[in-house]
Design a protein around this ligand. Structure first.
Ligand code: ASP
Length: 623
């Protein structure tokens, strides 16, 4: 027999301590075996000298018991010393838990490991927050200690879903004939709307790469190269002012296909979404997804990403308004504007002051005012009632679908304003009055977007989505008409504002989860579009010369799409925060709190690049 001192001296190799099983796999059927488990101490409890620890790893939690009648006082002492998040190796015998002590919430809830020995593989400082599903820790603290935050079982589960989703996408697209091809992270700066992140070249001083906002032009070139079907889980980088659900770098399921119509692209994506939902949530989606044109979506829901899990469709009173003597309505209609209405069941708490508040919100959203009609106690009520005769009142009730106990909100304004203001109120009120059913998945295609959208600030047309979107064939003549028309750019009748494009979005529960289009594959059309966007020949050549050149050499008709992978995973795991499904995200200020980036670099690094910081220069100048 070895003495205790000899045992003490004996240093065990990790090979001897290595786990035989994970903390999530042992069950009643394994009763009686001897197992070694490795993991983190999640919880320790001392029940009258008997010590229980919950040992955790990625696979689950197993209860370990130290009993003084089974192990030596030294082992008991070691067990006593264990603290949260220490890493241990425990050897013991698997036993069934005593009757009544089972935990049905755990897959390992019927068994426990009766410890024979324990080794401490590593100690841990007391963590700044408890490693549990619920946490009170602020997001900044969680991001600073991201290594601990990610240890929480709920986070581990999210990344499991993310992994399964990625695998599902790869398997599905492979089965549909796609090749996964990587495109470079260092490329030419071709600002596509957002600002590029630029990277200075050391070996070519004064020159810069850009990090891709998306592989858009490169995937088109892959089609020109004849690959026919391409995809990539592509990292995209955009130097934008961040909004709550945006990240400077994010992942898209980037895809492109040759010789396709938009319906072909939709069919592939519908299959991919069905596979994704099956593989991650074991849910069967109903295909095909419903489709609405951009105009229909705006008219019906006041947004191009409608949440169709609930009704509350907008009504149109424009034609009616045009016939009335009520000035606001009649003039709005005459000027080509719209009169739109949103009807909802009137919540009892909707008092006068609540209505005033809502009108304030509508004004913040861009409306000049917010009128209302309601039906209470068998009567139509409205501050506008006096402007309409009996027949007109009936028509209003009909058009709005206004029933007893309902209230309608009306905005008369430019079409976009009237629609979007009510669209936003529709979303706000549905959230506030909790009418959105949970556990419902409403996919919807929005298509037929305008190619161009007028930018009043700059007095020019911008691409509504993508500079490469192919106009509808029958709208192509409007490209030239726009150059010769006497109408000013800001005239609502300007031909460029009426060009429909093969551009589509996939919307899920009110979030845009994919955007794509059929692309221009003819150089002359691409050049014309760039010209309309105010990019002259010389700049077009400088920025997009490589694409234009490739279009000269037998570019096939092609189109694609890019579902936002982070957003989709966030929806799948029921999170409204995409940072939850990105292992190392940035804050909304663009900071990575864990590694402290962005950060200064050594003066020598800057010197090698031939870069001098302006502030530094200024302060030197002042000295
Ligand atoms: N490149 C586009 C984007 O990043 C998507 C696409 O049209 O495929 O939004």
């Amino acid at each position: 027999m070895e003495t205790a001192a000899a045992q003490e001296l004996k240093i065990k190799t990790f090979k001897e301590l290595k786990r035989t099983h994970t903390c999530g796999e042992l069950a009643k059927k394994d009763e009686g075996i001897t197992a070694i488990l490795n993991g983190w101490v999640a919880v320790t409890r001392d029940h009258g000298g008997v010590i229980f620890i919950d040992l955790r790893d990625r696979y689950g939690v197993t209860q370990v018991v130290f009993k003084p009648e089974v192990v030596s006082p030294e082992v008991m002492q070691k067990a006593h010393s264990l603290r949260s998040e220490w890493v241990v190796s425990v050897k013991g015998k698997l036993e069934a838990r005593p009757k009544g002590m089972e935990n049905p919430k755990l897959t390992t809830g019927e068994i426990e490991l009766l410890a024979e020995s324990v080794e401490i593989l590593n100690e841990s400082k007391t963590p700044p927050f408890e490693i549990s599903d619920e946490t009170q820790a602020s997001e900044d603290v969680r991001l600073f200690y991201r290594f601990l935050d990610l240890r929480r079982p709920t986070m581990q589960e999210k990344f499991k879903v993310r992994h399964v989703a990625a695998l599902s996408v790869r398997n599905y697209l492979h089965s549909r004939g796609f090749y996964e091809i990587e495109t470079p992270l260092l490329m030419r700066s071709t600002p596509e709307g957002a600002r590029d992140y630029i990277v200075p070249s050391r070996t070519n001083r004064g020159k810069f790469y850009a990090l891709p906002q998306s592989p858009q032009l490169l995937k088109q070139i892959l089609m020109i190269s004849g690959f026919d079907r391409y995809f990539q889980l592509a990292r995209c980088l955009r130097d934008e002012d961040l909004r709550a659900d945006r990240q400077p770098e994010f992942t898209q399921i980037d895809m492109e296909m040759a010789f396709v119509t938009q319906e072909d692209v939709w069919e592939v994506i519908e299959g991919m979404m069905a596979a994704l939902f099956k593989d991650t949530l074991n849910l069967k989606l109903t295909l095909p997804f419903p489709r609405l044109t951009y105009r229909e979506a705006m008219n019906c829901y006041g947004t191009d990403k409608p949440d169709t899990r609930f009704g509350w469709e907008l009504a149109d009173l424009t034609a009616f308004g045009a016939k009335t003597t009520f000035k606001v309505f009649a003039e709005t209609a005459k000027k080509g504007g719209a009169i739109k209405g949103l009807t909802i069941p009137k919540p009892p708490e909707f008092t006068r002051s609540q209505l005033d508040l809502l009108e304030e919100t509508a004004k913040q959203y861009g409306a000049k005012g917010l009128a209302n009609f309601s039906h209470e106690g068998g009567e139509l009520k409205s501050p506008l009632l006096k402007f309409f005769d009996e027949k007109e009142r009936k028509e209003i009730v009909n058009l709005l679908g206004l029933k007893e106990g309902h209230i309608s909100f009306i905005v008369a304004d430019r079409w976009e304003v009237a629609c979007t203001v009510l669209g936003r109120l529709r979303n706000d009120l549905a959230k506030r009055f909790k009418v959105i059913p949970e556990n419902k998945w409403s996919h919807l295609w929005i298509y037929e977007f305008p190619v161009f959208e007028y930018n009043a600030g700059e007095n020019r047309f911008d691409a509504m989505h993508n500079i490469v979107t192919c106009p509808y064939e029958e709208d192509l003549p409007k490209l030239d008409e726009g150059f010769s028309t006497p109408l000013p750019l800001n005239d609502p009748a300007h031909p460029w504002g009426h060009i429909r494009g093969y551009q589509y979005d996939l919307v899920l529960n009110g979030s845009e989860i994919a955007s794509g289009g059929i692309r221009i594959h003819k150089r002359q059309i691409q050049e014309k579009v760039l010209q309309i966007l105010g990019i002259d020949k010389e700049r077009a050549e400088r920025m997009f010369g490589f694409l234009l050149r490739a279009l000269d050499y037998g570019a096939p008709p092609h189109g694609g799409i890019a579902p936002g992978f982070d957003r989709i995973v966030a929806l799948l795991v029921g999170s409204d925060n995409i940072r939850d499904v990105i292992a190392f995200p940035k804050t909304s200020a663009g900071l990575s709190l864990m590694d402290g980036s962005p950060a200064e670099v050594d003066a020598r690094q800057l010197e090698e690049l031939g870069i001098r910081l302006m502030d530094e220069g200024n302060s030197k100048g002042k000295k």
